[in-house]
Design a protein around this ligand. Sequence first.
Ligand code: ZN
Length: 298
Amino acid sequence: MRAADVLDVVATTGMIADGVRRVGGDAVTVRALMGPGVDPHGYRQTRSDIVAMTRADLTLWHGLFLEAQMERFFEELGGQRRVVAVAEALDKSRLLEHADYAGRYDPHVWMAPDIWTDVVAEIARALTEARPDMAEEFAANAAAYREELAALSTYAGEAVAMVPEETRVLVTAHDAFSYFGRAYGFEVIGIQGISTNSEAGLNRISELVDVLVDRKIGAVFVETSVSDRNMRALIEGAAARGHEVVIGGSLYSDAMGQEGTYEGTYIGMIDHNVTTIARALGADVSPGGMTGRLSSGS
Ligand SMILES: [Zn+2]
């Protein structure tokens, strides 16, 4: 394929970019604005991001107020360029309410593979609209990817089912795992709210120390895109009351792993999270995860 024929796509998150890569194949090039460890809630477009987006054939962003600092920019860009918010197309009945803002929804839909499958369908729709001549190829790629996502969902269900019921409590740095919790029967407690833009107060920390001690929760999880400061305070607080809590592992909440690694793909990201959570909370699953490709199970 000639370079001029290749669809030039910009995506905000790595998860969206990965979907573009899988559906678009050789017909697209894609660049993610937010790399590993980048927190989307506070991200603002840089000069080079703006240049990339004004030159791109297509810009895909998440929506649902995830890129809170970029909403106005995308509204303006949408007046001049082809711009699609891929998660906005989801049926609202499948979404969880945003705990902090009335009338808004929790944006972390990638945490449930069954919902993310529908976002991938929207990515395919946007690519096809930009390149109708590639419709058949995009549809075939999307169908193959959908099967992989279904296998991921099945693995996740089986792995977490091995976690003893009383330890199905997921304590994380911010509230990114509610869709995961709903899909797999976990209670989810985030120190910070849905957005990382709000600070956790001392009251919140001591309240959560009570929960850890009272319910004998032995493991909490840090996130690659959020500071672990609050989590340390929580562990110290529990220790001061004679209850030992360990860090069960580091989870990919709002950004994927390093590019070029398995964990740097959407499927690898979720496999890592599921496997890490399941193992830390008492399930006997392989550290290699769904297909043995994880570099470590913790
Ligand atoms: Zn988040």
